[in-house]
Design a protein around this ligand. Sequence first.
Ligand SMILES: [Zn+2]
Length: 286
Amino acid sequence: MSWKESNKTYQILKAAEEGGYGVVAAIAYNIEHIVAFVRAAEAKKSPFIIQFFPWAITATDGLLVRAAAEAARTAKVPIAIHLDHAQDEALIRHAADTLPFDSIMVDMSHYDDAENLSRTRDLVAYCHARHITTEAEPGRIEGGEDGVADTADLVGVMTTEQQVDDFLATGIDFLAPAFGNVHGEYGARGPVLDYDRLDQVRRRVAQRARVVLHGTNDFPEEVMRRCIAGGISKVNVNKLVLDDYLVFQKMQAAGLPLTALVERGIEATQRLVEWQIDVCGSAGKC
Ligand SMILES: [Zn+2]
C-alpha cells in the first residue's frame, strides 16, 4: 500500500470524488474557527479540511496548526490539516519538517512557467518524502473590488490541457484549475464560469489527481453545486463561512464580555459551515 492511501487529505478527497460530493476546506484564523469547523463537521457527520494561510504559521509560531491537528485527531469524523497558497520555499520546507500538515499547496506562481514547474517539482518531492500530499494551481486570477474587468480578460489565463499535463508531471495530487473563478471579489455581476473548461480539465486530469475549487467568495448555492457536479472534490471557502463571524465581531466587540464574544463567535461560524457542508453534499458521508 502506498503511503498516500493513509494520507488524510488524500483519503477524504478520493472518497469525495468517488461519491460525487464536495468537501469544505475552510480557512481558520483563530481557535474559535477551529472549534466551529470541528463541531459543524461532527454535527453533520461530514469529512472536513481545515486550512491555514502561511500567516497562521508565522503569527502563532505554528501553535494554531498544532491546535487544529489535535482537534482533528480527536474528532469523530475525518478532518485533514492543509496549508493554502504557500509561496515561500523556506516556509514550505519548515512546515513540512516541523508542523502536522496532511497536505500543502505549493504556489510558485510568482515565477515564470518553467521556473514555477521546476520549483513545484522539487517541493512536491520534499513534501512527498515526508508523506504530505500537495496541491497546485495553474493560472491564478485576481479579482478586485470591482470584480474582473471583462470576461475576455479571463480567457487567456484559463487552465489549458497542456498546463494540466505539466503540473501533474510535477507529482501534485490536487489541481486547482482556473475556469473563470477568481480570488477576491467578483463585483456586481457575480461569478461567470466556463463549465466546458472545467469539464475539459476534469477529463484531462482523469484519475491522476483530485480537482480543487478556489475563489468561491459570494458563490450562490447553485454555482457551487454545478462545480461539484463538474468533478470538484475540494471546495476552498473563506468569506462564505466567516462572514457572520466577522459581522458579529464588528457589531458586538464593544459591548459584550470576551467570553460571550468567543462563544457566540463559534456559533455564528458553525451555522455557516453547516450550511456549506449541506451545499457541498458531504453531510452524512461518515
Ligand atoms: Zn487559489
